[in-house]
Design a protein around this ligand. Structure first.
Ligand code: ZN
Length: 158
């Protein structure tokens, strides 16, 4: 599994299709993505980043706390949000070396399915809400640099 990079990559820029079939193939994809995300030390990974134009992403919630967990979200949708926004620095595994401040809602409600097709609902705030908004953007072909006013490029990304 390889992470696609580049602001103009066509898969990264496509609008992903909803998942209609829940089964072993989807579970395998999610397991492979989990491994890749772990290796890359990302807080999230969306299927288009590994070349699959479908509405699947993984998000790390409660990062760096004992309650840290990685949740797969299938067909995630923000169903509600508070109007409050906050600026925070973001980067992306698909844009190595780039960072910038992005304005995001501080509090969202997200509806999604798990890999069995069961429905879930979460209310998230702060960094958790930010990670989910960043990943759902990927499913709509949006990269964080589209939302940044000032881009910072690090000269020699690892
Ligand atoms: Zn990203």
């Amino acid at each position: 599994m390889k992470i696609l990079t580049g602001e103009d990559n066509l898969v990264l820029r496509a609008i992903s299709k909803p998942v209609e079939k829940f089964g072993p193939e989807l579970k395998k994809l999610v397991e492979d993505m989990r491994e890749q995300m772990f290796k890359s030390k990302g807080l999230g990974l969306a299927a288009p980043q590994v070349g699959k134009s479908i509405r699947v992403c993984l998000v790390c919630l409660n990062h760096d706390t004992p309650a840290e967990m990685i949740i797969p979200m299938v067909n995630p949708k923000i169903s509600a949000h508070k109007e409050d926004c906050v600026l925070g620095e973001e980067g992306c595994l698909s844009l190595p070396g780039f960072y910038g401040n992005v304005e995001r809602w501080t509090n969202i409600s997200v509806d999604f399915h798990d890999t069995n097709g069961d429905k879930h609902f979460l209310q998230l705030d702060d960094l958790n809400a930010r990670v989910v908004q960043h990943e759902i953007d990927h499913l709509d072909g949006i990269l964080f640099v589209d939302r940044v006013k000032k881009i910072k490029q690090i000269k020699n990304p690892l």
